[in-house]
Design a protein around this ligand. Structure first.
Ligand SMILES: Nc1ncnc2c1ncn2[C@@H]1O[C@H](COP(=O)(O)OP(=O)(O)O)[C@@H](O)[C@H]1O
Ligand SMILES: [Mg+2]
Length: 918
């Protein structure tokens, strides 16, 4: 365990949060006045790790909370081997306010090391990590003030326990456990195999295999004997079976012979039938020929009769065709007449076309009929047009006359109006003169009235005979009283002026209007005169045209002419539509021509048919005669042949056989003969082969049964041999397995012996005890040397009956108990032990540090020097050593100092490492 950082707050005199960094320190003095809190720093480490302090133990720790504060907290970071941990412990005045956490650093971050909040679990984990209990910790690492001799003076059991833990003797206990576990396992496995060998392999022995092998040999011999016997028997059985086969074959052939002999009569009959068939075979051809010819003659007769019927029918057809053709020829005589008529009708048709062109038709009616003339028709038509034109013109002239009359009246009326308005205008002239006179009078009156009024105003300033101030003339008389009202007069003048202006304006307006009207009337008059002249011209022309009209009724004349044309057409076409009539005549002509052609064709066909049939009939007639002749001849030849055989045709046919039947019959007879010969040969051959041996079926059966029995027995023996072979193989395998198991059991026994011996030794503490004694001796030797060094060679340490003693060279090396040493000597011995222990266990992760709290005050300068040297040596081997001391000389010698300063507000810590080098 090596401290890294300590942080404390409200811990005794450390009120403020105080941090102490140990990382840069190795050997240093913790210095400060009494009561500054040096011991408190070590207490804080103990409190953090164990929740107790050397001074107070585990109880009443409230006393550590700074007075006036409610709770304290300590955080301690440290290193064990390569691992870094942090423990945080806080405590309040109430029991519920305390908390402990252990964290392990991973990648530079603390993570909780113990799950849950159980104080006990956390505490035991901390102790596991540190590797020491509180007791061991305060004896080996942190030697508290006034208690540094606890290890030295502790009883031997306590010392051994601590040493055992420090050097890791507990691992031997674990080892013992492992050894006894292993020995137990080995024993169990050995016993298991042994048990199995007894239970499963007792029977498996080489002797047993030998026995089985003997049985196998015996069985093999038995098998060979039986196989020999079987071979003999098989031979005999084969001969017997050959004889049985021959016997059976002989019997079969005998039966076959009997069957063939029974067929002999049939074969003789068949021979006779074949002879008869051969005899009639000549006649059969004649019968067939005669019948065929008869059929042919019959057929020729039928065909002839049919041809005769057809011939009669065709003759009828020919007659009809001849009559039809004669009729058609008669009709053709009409055709020239038709042509004549058509020629005549074509003229009427041309005229009819003209009639239609002129808008007429054949139904046209008219009272009067005039002979048709193209010229007369055009003359009449132009008269009709002229008449229509004249009528239109007459209407137009009449309309124009009416319009001119109306216009004349209009002009007259406007002239009248103009005259009247001129008269009225003349009347305005005196009225105007009157208005002017009135106006002039009123103006003069107004002027007079105004002068009078001005004089009235001057009257006061005027005196008769004196000059007037206005006109500078001598005043002849004073003006009289004013007459008239000036304002009224002014209004009258205005009204008169207005009246006068109105009359003037009305006159002017009317005058202009009348001038306009007069010029318009003038224009109308001129226009009227022009139109009147034009109308007269038109009337003159109209009169002249009328003289050209030859008749008053040109339309009737036109109708009469068209009626004449209709009469001409109907006379030519016989009163019919000429077009239709032409069409009828042409169709009739065509029909007659077609009829002539078709009747001519029919006649031709009928003639051809008749000629053909006549020829066929003649040829058929000669053929029929031939067929009848042929039949006659064949029939007489047949009669002669039948007479020679003295058979009727019927009988001859009964004996007849087809070539196939004949062939079959001959083959059957041949086959029978061959079979017969073969069976006879085979029978004599078999008799020879049997050579008079007799076949006994009972004997054969017996032999067969024996053979089968023997075969079964051999099979059983083979099976048995197989089984034996398998058993032997199995036994051999088992024997091999047994040997392996025996070897295995022996190996387990050996393992057991080894582990058992080890377990026994470890159990009896023989080895650990031996080791502990060794360590203690080494420790005492080291501490003794150190003590000798410090004590100027006076003391050495020894082990006597498990207790530590000192030998005093000043007293001839006599030993005495440790308790007899003085306070300073005890401190030196303890320090020697602590240093020796630390030295002995150098590199042990548990002892990475050593803290000493006071005790140096009791040493003389010589001893102090030796102590300082010892401490320096200790520091060199990489451990951190912190000593609390009042002795300035010692503090000054050490490479660094941790200065604890005391103030009323709370203590603080400062590291001072430069001073030593400066
Ligand atoms: N609970 C507390 N509150 C405040 N001061 C305390 C408390 N307990 C102890 N002290 C004081 O803290 C000081 C430090 O004591 P200690 O660590 O033993 O000093 P040192 O070891 O430096 O002589 C002492 O003055 C002591 O009386
Ligand atoms: Mg102290």
């Amino acid at each position: 365990m090596k401290p890294l950082k300590l942080t404390l707050q409200n811990f005794t005199c450390f009120r403020e949060a105080t941090e102490v960094d140990f990382t840069e320190l190795s050997l240093y003095a913790i210095q400060g006045p009494t009561g500054s809190g040096k011991s408190s720093l070590l207490d804080a480490i103990c409190f953090a790790l164990y929740g107790e302090t050397p001074r107070l133990g585990a109880k009443g720790l409230d006393a550590l909370i700074s007075q006036g504060a409610q709770s304290m907290a300590v955080r301690f970071e440290f290193e064990v081997g390569d691992e870094r941990f942090e423990v945080v412990r806080s405590k309040g005045r109430k029991a519920s306010e305390s908390e402990t956490r252990l964290a392990k650093y991973q990648n530079g971050k603390p993570i909780t090391a113990v799950e849950g909040n159980k104080k006990k679990d956390i505490q035991s984990e901390i102790e596991k990590v540190v590797g020491l209990s509180f007791d061991s910790f305060t004896r080996a690492i942190l030697l508290p003030q006034g208690q540094f001799d606890r290890f030295l003076k502790g009883n031997s059991r306590e010392k051994q326990e601590l040493l055992g833990r420090l050097i890791g003797l507990d691992r031997f206990t674990r080892m013992q456990k492992v050894a006894s576990e292993k020995s137990r396992t080995a024993r169990t496995q050995h016993d298991l195999i042994q048990h199995r060998l007894e239970m499963e392999f007792a029977e498996v022995t080489p002797e047993r295999i030998q026995e089985q092998d003997q049985v196998l040999q015996d069985t093999l011999q038995q098998l060979q004997e039986q196989e020999q016997h079987l071979r003999v028997l098989t031979e005999a059985l084969a001969q017997q079976e050959e004889l049985a086969r021959l016997h059976a074959e002989h019997n079969r052939h005998l039966k076959e012979l009997q069957t063939l002999q029974a067929q002999k009569i049939q074969m003789e009959q068949l021979g006779r039938r074949v002879q008869a068939a051969q005899a009639v075979s000549g006649v059969l051809g004649l019968i067939r020929q005669s019948r065929t010819l008869q059929e042919k003659a019959q057929l020729a007769r039928t065909q002839y009769a049919k041809l005769e019927q057809d011939h009669v029918r065709v003759q009828g057809t020919l007659q009809q065709a001849e009559q039809g053709f004669a009729r058609a020829q008669e009709q053709t005589a009409q055709i020239p007449g038709f042509d004549q008529q058509i020629l005549h009708l074509q003229e009427a048709q041309t005229q009819f076309a003209r009639l239609k062109q002129l808008g007429g038709d054949l139904k046209l009616k008219s009272l009067q009929v005039l002979p048709w003339s193209e010229e007369a028709f055009f003359q009449a038509r132009s008269m009709v047009e002229l008449k229509a034109q004249l009528e239109t013109e007459a209407r137009q002239i009449q309309q124009e006359k009416t319009r001119l009359t109306q216009q004349k009246q209009q002009i007259l009326k406007e002239q009248q109006d103009l005259n009247n308005r001129r008269k009225d205008l003349e009347l305005l002239v005196p009225k105007g003169k009157e208005a002017r006179a009135e106006y002039d009078r009123l103006r003069a009156e107004l002027e007079t009235s105004r002068v009078q009024h001005q004089a009235m105003h001057l009257k006061a300033h005027l005196k008769v005979g004196e000059p007037c101030p206005v006109c500078e003339q001598k005043v002849s008389r004073l003006p009289g009283t004013a007459v008239g009202n000036v304002q009224a007069l002014e209004q009258q003048v205005k009204a008169a002026e207005k009246h006068l202006e109105e009359i003037k304006e009305a006159y002017q307006t009317e005058k202009t209007s009348l001038q306009t009207l007069a010029s318009r009337i003038q224009q109308a008059q001129e226009y009227f005169t022009e139109r009147e002249a034009a109308l007269q011209e038109l009337e003159t022309q109209h009169q002249q045209k009328h003289q050209g009209l030859t008749t008053e009724h040109p339309q009737e004349q036109l109708q009469a002419l068209l009626a004449g044309l209709v009469q001409t057409i109907l006379e030519k076409s016989g009163g019919e539509d000429p077009e239709r009539r032409i069409r009828q005549l042409q169709q009739e002509k065509q029909r007659i021509q077609q009829e002539l052609q078709s009747s001519q064709r029919a006649l031709g066909q009928a003639q051809t048919q008749h000629a053909t049939l006549t020829a066929q009939l003649n040829s058929q007639k000669s053929q029929l005669a031939e067929r009848e002749q042929e039949h006659q001849e064949a029939s007489s030849t047949l009669k002669e042949a039948l007479f020679a055989l003295s058979m009727t045709e019927q009988e001859a046919l009964q004996h007849a056989m087809t070539a196939e039947e004949l062939q079959k019959a001959r083959e059957a007879m041949e086959h029978w003969r061959t079979q017969m010969a073969r069976v006879e040969v085979q029978l004599s051959d078999l008799q020879e082969r049997m050579a008079g041996r007799e076949y006994l079926p009972e004997q054969h059966q017996q032999q067969k049964a024996q053979h089968a029995q023997l075969e079964t027995s051999i099979k059983a023996l083979s099976v048995r041999m197989g089984q034996l072979q398998t058993q032997i193989t199995h036994l051999q395998e088992r024997l091999e397995l047994k040997r392996n198991l025996l070897r295995e059991a022996a190996a387990h026994q050996k393992t057991f012996n080894t582990w058992d011996a080890l377990a026994r030794n470890l159990q009896l503490d023989r080895f650990p005890k031996f080791l502990l004694e060794e360590v203690e001796e080494q420790l005492l030797l080291g501490a003794g040397t150190l003590l000798g060094d410090i004590s100027d060679g006076r003391y050495a340490l020894h082990l006597q009956d498990g207790e530590y003693v000192v030998s005093d060279h000043w007293n001839a090396g006599e030993t005495r108990p440790i308790r007899t040493l003085s306070g300073g000597e005890t401190f030196l011995a303890s320090l020697s032990l602590a240093i020796a222990l630390s030295d002995y266990l150098a590199g042990n992760k548990l002892l990475g540090a050593l803290f000493l709290d006071e005790g140096f005050g009791t040493l003389d300068p010589q001893a102090l020097d030796a102590v300082a040297r010892a401490l320096e040596k200790l520091q060199i081997s990489g451990r951190m050593v912190g000593v609390i001391t009042h002795v300035s000389a010692l503090a000054a010698r050490l490479p660094a100092r941790m200065l604890v300063e005391k103030r009323m507000t709370g203590s603080s810590v400062r590291i001072d490492s430069e001073e030593v080098y400066s």
